[in-house]
Design a protein around this ligand. Sequence first.
Ligand SMILES: Cc1cc2nc3c(=O)[nH]c(=O)nc-3n(C[C@H](O)[C@H](O)[C@H](O)COP(=O)(O)O)c2cc1C
Length: 313
Amino acid sequence: MLLKKIKIGKFKTPNNLFLAPLAGFSDFAMRQICIKFGAGLTFTEMVSCKGLLYDNENTKDLLFTTSDEKIKCAQIFGNDPQIMRSAVESDALSAFDIIDVNFGCPMPKIFNNGEGSALLNNPSLAEKIIYECSKSGKPITCKMRIGLTDGKFITKDFVKAVVNGGAQMVTVHGRTRDKIYAGEVNYQEIENAKSVSSVPIIANGGIFTKQDAEKIMASTGADGIMIARGALERPWLFAELLGKDVKISKKELIKEHIDRLLTKYDDKTVSVIFRKQLCLYLKGEKNSSELKQRLFTYKDTKSIKLAIEEFFS
Ligand SMILES: Cc1cc2nc3c(=O)[nH]c(=O)nc-3n(C[C@H](O)[C@H](O)[C@H](O)COP(=O)(O)O)c2cc1C
């Protein structure tokens, strides 16, 4: 693993192993845990620029951040350069050092609105968005896919456009929109991105193990990696990649995660919002399907902790 710091504007990350923005998952508690295991940078889930400007409480909640994040990154989505710049300059994002723009979301609700991956076919608008948001004075980065459909790759032209607009780092998810999150990751396209970029290129897609991380770095020449689902299932992957000796107790990690959520939310809320993350922690554990079903009936964290204690004893 080629470990190095990444410079983004005036900021320098401690390493090049990043946690991806993950809607419904990369909240403050998950980010804290990944930072504890060594993640060099973390991102909030994507937030709507329009939602921010209309003072949407739910959107603001997604931006809750703590001092554990030494460099704070928020990810935004939208398609109007002026509105997006206003959002970047709004109070809601004032705590954030770096703003990442989403050019990859494949979901129909976002795509049909001309946002997320819809921008991949409009590099000049993407360039304008980056250019306008950069006027805020904050470093602007972005996350893209390699095209909408397989074979029709837009990578090189898109990277050139966003770098021209002022992007200070580009993360390339090596899949097209039609693949959603499945299928092979195209290393060649990530390498192509690197070949035309004067700013750091971060490789994303299909990194679940140390071998995956080493392979994508070696095959693409990328400056760093961004891990998504692999980190949700095994956040200690960051420690493994850093060569740290990790002895992990899932039971303790689950309890710690609950306690972190309880610093912000009430007990009943935590018992509900933690369920899907808990199922990811239990992935691969033998005989856990009955427990997973039972977890959905608990309405307090004490019951969840007891069940987990019992399961792992
Ligand atoms: C549940 C889920 C939510 C996601 N939310 C976001 C998001 O908010 N912003 C974003 O740029 N990508 C999002 N992604 C995409 C991931 O950041 C990442 O690009 C993708 O999962 C590929 O990486 P992986 O193979 O390591 O999982 C999401 C993916 C998943 C599975």
